[in-house]
Design a protein around this ligand. Sequence first.
Ligand code: IPE
Ligand code: IPE
Ligand code: MG
Ligand code: MG
Ligand code: MG
Length: 301
Amino acid sequence: MSLSVHDQVQADLGRLVPLLEARYLMPITGGEAATLGEAMAYSLKAGGKRIRPVLCMLAAESVGAKAACALSCATALEYIHTYSLIHDDLPAMDDDDLRRGKPTCHVVFGEGQAILAGDGLLTEAFTLLASDETLPPSRRVDALRVLGEAAGWQGMAGGQSLDLEGEQLTRSGSPVGLAQLQVIHRLKTGALLRASLELGAVAAHAEPEQRAALREAGEALGLAFQIRDDILDATATEAEMGKRVGKDEGRGKITYPLLLGLAGARTALQEATERALCQLRTLPYPSSLSALAKHLAERSA
Ligand code: IPE
Ligand code: IPE
Ligand code: MG
Ligand code: MG
Ligand code: MG
């Protein structure tokens, strides 16, 4: 008997998140820069849905490998994602004081320490992945490159830069259109989601066509994820989200709901999710990954 989407996702999160979290604190405690370690651990432990690491481990399973083979990739992804949130919340960026249901890193530790906590998490991600001796060196280098590309100027950081420029363009009266918004979403959120699935493939030593399918599914899921985030910013409550809502419009951010209306944004979200599901169907064991993709399209947090 197959489980409902909800039960499947709960079961997968229930087995994979503890596996991930057991690993978290290892590199963070015991260093000389105690405050920096505390700031890094504060944001990591604040909560969060752990979607990227779970996607990574499920991607490994979707081609027949064990989730544990992707654990260092999964952990590195969550470090980079958490760093991106710490910096995204800084006064110079989105200026947010609530994240994962708690005061943001810079509110608790000050801006300087928060910038450094981001730096610390970003670099630690590469250190821990490079140190994973269970991954053969050639696959480790491959994984490091995939992660670097997704996090850097051609990925998340590049997207965040375009996102900031987009705000300025709105203020100057010439807001970005749908084509540019797609580029921003593909880079700022899509790149790390795409890498989450691709890194599962790398860790699992997947066949090239399986890896390509996971990459494409990740790209589509990334777009869907940010469209859902934009919809939730306009419709959800702060208590549900654990972060401030209604901020995008206030800051002059162009979003899918703003350009296409809520119904149009929901259609775009469904289309992107369907593109991802279509790729996942080509894999040997896609059911958990597909269930999570469907769940993410309807998430309320
Ligand atoms: C929030 O990501 C930032 C986006 C890229 C939309 P998540 O919604 O995955 O945040 P956490 O990890 O659950 O806090
Ligand atoms: C963030 O997009 C994307 C990142 C790379 C962190 P948002 O700015 O919309 O994320 P939230 O809504 O603050 O979580
Ligand atoms: Mg932002
Ligand atoms: Mg933000
Ligand atoms: Mg948002």
